[in-house]
Design a protein around this ligand. Sequence first.
Ligand SMILES: NC(=O)c1ccc[n+]([C@@H]2O[C@H](COP(=O)([O-])OP(=O)(O)OC[C@H]3O[C@@H](n4cnc5c(N)ncnc54)[C@H](O)[C@@H]3O)[C@@H](O)[C@H]2O)c1
Length: 260
Amino acid sequence: MVQLQSPITDRLRGKVCIITGSGGSIGRAAAERFASEGAQVVGCDVSASAAEATLKAVRSSGGTMVSLSGRDLRDPTACDALVELSMETFNRIDVVFNVAASAHFDWLEHLSHSDFMATLDGEVKIVFNLTKAAWPALGRCGGSIINMASVSGWIGYEALPGLAHSAGKGAVLAMTRHLAMEGRHHGIRVNSISPGLIETGATQALMNDPAFKMTMLRKIMLGRAGRPNEVAAVAAFLASEDSSFVTAADIRIDGGTTAW
Ligand SMILES: NC(=O)c1ccc[n+]([C@@H]2O[C@H](COP(=O)([O-])OP(=O)(O)OC[C@H]3O[C@@H](n4cnc5c(N)ncnc54)[C@H](O)[C@@H]3O)[C@@H](O)[C@H]2O)c1
């Protein structure tokens, strides 16, 4: 008789995984999920209190984690510091999960030039900075990069003034394909995930608007928003050897949003 596996594996045991935005909703869910599968987690969040709260949560469940608190990853020196923390503590980097991002939302008529460019910094430059800083260490381990894209990189949501955000996440999708091509020479796999609407701290206020909520939910085949742990589960697959033949891929975690 076939034994059913425990739902949580230890497939990330021995892997050192950097997770940015670890104080946010999806970042925290990922830190908890990766640690529960055996990873040694290196977190980072510009919000020191949020980063510390995740650190505490992971450690109190028996997970292994260190964290760089209060550093802004749009600054390349912060990315260098994060890589240094990982190397000094664990002497390797197997996975980089680029979760952290910040964006300005407005319709074209109201979106300023500076907010547009700030969104590209907060969504694209941040991924470039850390990828560049971690690349040599990832190459030594045959690592995996997971970039957080978005359904907004694929389609326009009629209820979301997401012009700058779409540009940023579209760039992340394109960068992912290109990095996968460059990474093949170094044994580095590079993939992205594109969540649809996920209930997080960042979407809470929008979801309190009944008109926004109704329009968004109508677009989701499964009729509900996703949860942070449902995003973390897919990321854990991409971090693990279960995805050893997957590179340059994007996995949509959108309850069917983009399929109709
Ligand atoms: N929530 C959704 O519906 C949804 C959908 C698609 C994609 N995403 C993406 O998922 C990721 C996480 O989103 P979330 O909803 O959990 O948001 P969140 O705001 O809860 O988490 C983002 C975290 O990143 C941190 N951060 C932002 N800029 C940073 C910087 N420059 N340096 C260091 N830390 C920084 C923030 O402090 C925050 O804790 C983002 O990339 C977002 O674009 C979210």
